[in-house]
Design a protein around this ligand. Structure first.
Ligand code: NAD
Length: 296
């Protein structure tokens, strides 16, 4: 993709599912990738796999093995990191995979700010952001409780607001930024058993359009990608019950392409939206869902 190589990208929720596929693809495109996720074990595994993949590619192309850089950060490592001037240079694609993992809960604004600062000290200011972390459990609205609503809103609305707020400020100062917010078709057309989650995702769609207007003069482009039902942990949790197979078959029948999404259905569009090929596209909401939703 034009202009994407060597860009610094933060991917939230990059430890699993769709976010992990996006992180891998952006590393393949030559980006320096910072994975922010609360699942430390899985996040470090994905970062390690990106490193291993780059090492294999590097060996195959005869590059020197010491061109790899993988870092796993925790808050306690921040100070050491700052004192230790081993920062890889941004813009040196010959270095191979540049990836760091940061264990962070996106509902904690200060923790997000620290993680972004650590990533920027290690690599370079953030050029691109993919807000992908999310969570839900299936429950009808009348059976749900205010405590559950708060958790869903904290993760799926306040979380992306935190990350956007932290990252967009720097982007605005520097006059450049590309953002993809991952919402859901649930935020466009609703989804039974996901009332509050759908409200959050609809909110992310409207938020993205508004910020796209507010920041277009600062060189910042924002778009929303809406996945449909996709075979990851979130969907599997919905299908755990005795009716799971029947519901999954019903979902497939409703999708014109007659299959659920898989994580690899999304990274191509994300890479495009973060690249210069998409430089005249902002504020758009794009469904990637096998034709489940078709908007004019
Ligand atoms: P997933 O459960 O496989 O991955 C979600 C990731 O987000 C996990 O790694 C998890 O640890 C992380 N996460 C959750 N809460 C977090 C928090 N508070 N702080 C930091 N990280 C946190 O799910 P997925 O399907 O890959 O979901 C990715 C995105 O796609 C989500 O925004 C989800 O709402 C959206 N989406 C998924 C589907 C689907 O059917 N799977 C459909 C539409 C939209």
């Amino acid at each position: 993709m034009r202009g994407l190589k060597d860009r610094t990208v933060i991917v939230t929720g990059g430890a699993n599912g769709i976010g992990a596929a996006i992180a891998r693809r952006l590393a393949d495109e030559g980006c320096a990738v910072g994975i922010l996720d609360m699942d430390a074990a899985a996040g470090e595994k994905v970062a390690g796999e990106i490193k291993a993949g780059a090492a294999l590619a590097s060996e195959a192309s005869g590059q020197r093995g010491n061109s790899l850089e993988v870092r796993a950060h925790s808050a306690s490592e921040d100070a050491r990191e700052r004192a230790d001037d081993t920062r890889p240079e941004a813009g040196s694609s010959a270095r191979g995979a540049r990836v760091s993992f940061h264990a962070v809960d996106i509902t904690d604004y200060d923790a997000v700010a620290r993680a972004v600062e650590t990533f920027e000290l290690a690599f370079a200011p953030v050029a691109c952001l993919v807000n992908n972390a999310g969570w839900d459990r299936a429950v009808t609205f009348l059976d749900s409780t205010p405590d559950f609503w708060r958790k869903v809103v904290d993760i799926n609305l306040f979380g992306p607001l935190n990350v956007n707020h932290v990252v967009l400020r720097g982007m605005a100062e520097r006059g450049f930024g590309r953002v993809v917010n991952i919402a859901s078709d649930a935020g466009r057309v609703g989804s039974s058993g996901e009332a509050v989650y759908s409200a959050c995702k609809g909110g992310i769609i409207a938020f993205t359009k508004t910020i796209a207007r507010e920041l277009v003069g600062k060189g910042i482009i924002l778009n929303t990608l809406c996945p449909g039902p996709t075979d990851t942990a979130i969907l599997r949790s919905f299908l755990e019950g005795p009716d799971g197979t029947r519901i999954a078959e019903g979902l497939k029948r409703a999708i014109p392409m007659r299959r659920l999404g898989v994580p690899d259905d999304y990274p191509g569009l994300v890479a495009f939206l973060l690249s210069d090929d998409a430089a005249y596209i902002t504020g758009q909401t794009i469904s990637v869902s096998g034709g489940l939703t078709m908007h004019g």
